[in-house]
Design a protein around this ligand. Structure first.
Ligand code: WAQ
Ligand code: MG
Length: 268
């Protein structure tokens, strides 16, 4: 029998604004160390020292866990963020998202998608056809939670990413988040770029394409970032989808293929 698992989550804020968050699923004996690491991360964030840190820990019944395989990882080298956004738009279009929905999503992230013009704490939910925003709270958005790698998948991922020179927390965490999002019912694709001013990379993910990263989706120094989950237009089950994203525990016990970076080729 496996030992009982716990979900441990951290959310840190400063001046009433979201600063950083973290999500892990772990065995009891590792909880204390992970809690300490998360507190340290909240206090040492590049965008400032946290003023409020919330940690929550809860046991997860084994029967509730969904197991999955991470998406394949690709990196396309682009010269700058306009080229990156154009490439991301091309792939989103291939994934079945309409041009108007892509444009609305990118404009919203770039402008700061929360009502105060800053980054949201979570993700937008956008209709993949009309581009209409559907998330119930436009400041909070949808927070994907309760997902992680098994220990052996984590080891394999770290080694694989290291051999490509890509092993950092942004990549690992985004890959796990995107993996869970692609398992959720009714999602066609995801678009993301970081809100950390010194991290310009972002990605597009879909079941067919996998996790496709671009080193530049925003200019260096830009604090506005965000995430968009594009919803299949024919999928009416929004409460079920939001519940899956926020609450269902998902553990990845296998990783996907990790492809070396290659130049982005503009289609002829
Ligand atoms: N659920 C939903 N949305 C989230 C979550 C979450 N758990 N965490 C963050 N977001 C949203 C929120 O709007 C943030 O402003 C935005 O995503 C960016 O979050 O392959 O670092 O944690 O090199 O800054 C992607 C590229 C990096 C990684 C993503 O995101 C790579 C990143 P950040
Ligand atoms: Mg961030």
């Amino acid at each position: 029998m496996r030992c009982p698992l716990y979900s441990i989550r951290m959310q840190a804020s400063r001046n009433g604004h979201h600063l950083s968050g973290a999500e892990r699923i772990t065995a009891e004996f590792e909880l204390e160390k992970l809690a300490a690491d998360m507190v340290q991360r909240a206090l040492g964030h590049m965008r400032g020292r946290a003023e409020t840190i919330q940690l929550s820990i809860e046991a997860i019944p084994e029967a509730h866990i969904d197991y999955g395989t991470l998406p394949d990882l690709h990196t396309y080298l682009v010269d700058d963020y306009p080229q990156g956004r154009q490439a991301a738009a091309t792939l989103l279009c291939q994934a079945g998202v309409s041009p108007v929905a892509i444009a609305k999503a990118m404009d919203a992230i770039a402008a700061g998608a929360a009502p105060n013009g800053q980054s949201m704490r979570g993700a937008m939910l956008i209709d993949g056809l009309s581009g209409r925003r559907l998330e119930p709270d436009q400041a909070r958005g949808i927070r994907v939670s309760r997902m992680d790698l098994t220990d052996s998948a984590r080891r394999e991922l770290v080694l694989g990413l290291r051999s490509l020179g890509l092993d950092n927390a942004h990549v690992r965490e985004a890959l796990v988040l995107a993996g869970k999002v692609l398992m959720a019912p009714g999602i066609v694709a995801e678009l993301c770029w970081s809100d950390d001013p010194d991290y310009t990379a972002g990605y597009v993910a879909s079941a067919q394409l996998g996790y496709v990263r671009f080193p530049h989706l925003k200019p260096l120094g830009e604090e506005r970032g965000g995430r968009v989950f594009f919803l299949a237009p024919e999928h009416p089950q929004r409460p079920e989808l939001i519940d899956y994203l926020q609450h269902r525990p998902v553990l990845f016990d296998r990783i996907g293929r990790l492809h070396p970076p290659q130049p982005w080729m503009v289609a002829p």
